[in-house]
Design a protein around this ligand. Structure first.
Ligand code: GMT
Length: 381
């Protein structure tokens, strides 16, 4: 099938999922066209089956805000016609579902009928989408999608709570590709990060407020008082500077390494012993799943869809949001005993394998086929 994928091309989870999905679809023989404003960060190889079309928004002094949705919908119309695209899959409702709907309507004028799948990722619903400024447009674009999927059961329920949704929402969980994650590198270069007797605790995110970065530092502060440890912080975002200041003031700056954004997540996770994700909102927690497939247990909050990924007492532990005391206690329980650590590590990988792309890709392919077969019907008719 010829599929156009719209996503954010950045390090954010939704962009990563969309990119990995596109790559997997291309490997299965589908022709995939990414339409976005920059080549997605995880899209390294453009081959016969993978194409990238840049959405360019020309600057015009009259525009106080540049009309990205307009440029995206026009680019979609052109790309769909030029390459004979059969299906549109938009990731993240704002503004992609809105722009996709406009493209669909423009194409209908020319008797071209393209089904649109919208995948909800989290903040497009829980944070931005439900804001009164966006809510009517988000509700409309969800209701006009031919199929709506959400990355967790929790996100589905929250979407149904916040919006007046007319049709069904199908849960298709996020995934990893087990082939890409070897269980051990021959050399993780652990010695670059820590001494032999030190445990390595890792956090990866976009350092936004919802990630509760100070909780990570405070959990680590408590842990490192009991056993030798290093904290590796990966990513960039608005809370990063404050986190560096907090480490200074707690006197642990020499034990916390801020790495910035990285394309080598699996290398970093390869030398990690524990992953921290104390978020106050998380539709799924892809970063936790990536940790788990690399045999890294997870200490997390119980927010949103995290419990669907991190299993309490099996792959790690869940605590109430903000309960740093409990998180530190749980971290010490896992890190303090090599046998316990080994069990949690093995469990983490085993549960992560449930989310292998081989199990998830057929769900998307079935949805695509059904939507394509019903393309002449209007949404939810
Ligand atoms: O977590 C973020 O801030 C990035 C955000 C995004 O929009 O890319 O991630 C969301 O989508 C990911 C992929 O589906 C999920 O794994 C994250 O849990 C979700 N983030 C939130 O719900 C806060």
């Amino acid at each position: 099938m010829k599929i156009a994928i719209v996503c954010y091309p950045t390090f954010g989870g939704s962009g990563v999922v969309a990119t990995e999905l596109g790559i997997a679809l291309a490997n299965r023989g589908h022709e995939v066209h990414f339409v976005t404003y920059k080549q997605p960060v995880r899209l390294e190889l453009l081959g016969n089956n993978i194409h990238f079309h840049e959405v360019h928004v020309p600057e015009y002094p009259l525009f106080h805000y540049q009309p990205y949705e307009l440029a995206l919908s026009s680019k979609l119309v052109d790309t769909i016609k030029l390459f004979g695209i059969e299906l549109l899959h938009v990731h993240y409702a704002i503004p992609h579902a809105y722009a996709g709907y406009m493209a669909k309507k423009m194409l209908e004028e020319e008797d071209i009928h393209i089904p649109m799948i919208t995948t909800l990722h989290g903040t497009d619903i829980t944070l931005v989408g439900k804001h009164p400024f966006y809510k009517p447009a988000v509700t409309f674009s969800i209701n006009q999608s031919d199929v709506v999927t959400s990355v967790s059961e929790n996100l589905k329920q929250r979407t149904l709570e916040f919006f007046n949704i007319k049709g069904d929402i199908e849960v298709v969980p996020n995934f990893i590709d087990k082939k890409k994650y070897r269980s051990s590198f021959t050399d993780c270069q652990r010695s670059l990060m820590a001494e032999d007797d030190e445990k390595i605790i890792t956090h990866i995110s976009n350092f936004r407020k919802v990630k509760r970065i100070p909780d990570i530092i405070n959990v680590f502060y408590k842990v490192q008082r009991q056993l030798p440890a290093k904290l590796v912080m990966v990513g960039e975002g608005p809370e990063k500077e404050k986190a560096e200041v907090l480490c200074e003031s707690l006197g642990i700056a020499d034990r916390v390494i801020f790495l910035g954004n990285s394309n080598e997540i699996d290398r970093i996770l390869c030398f990690s012993d524990l992953f921290l994700l104390p978020s106050e909102s998380e539709s799924f927690g892809l970063a936790a799943l990536e940790a788990m497939i690399n045999e890294v247990p997870v200490i997390s909050s119980n927010a949103g869809g995290i419990p669907e990924v991190n299993r309490h007492g099996v792959t790690g532990y869940l605590s109430e949001i903000g309960d740093v005391e409990d998180m530190a206690k749980n971290a010490l329980e896992i890190l303090g005993d090599e046998k316990v650590l080994a069990t949690f590590k093995a469990n983490a990988r085993e549960v992560a394998l449930e989310f292998d792309i081989l199990n998830v890709l057929p769900l998307y392919e079935a949805i695509y086929q059904k939507a394509y077969n019903g393309r002449f019907k209007s949404a939810y008719s």
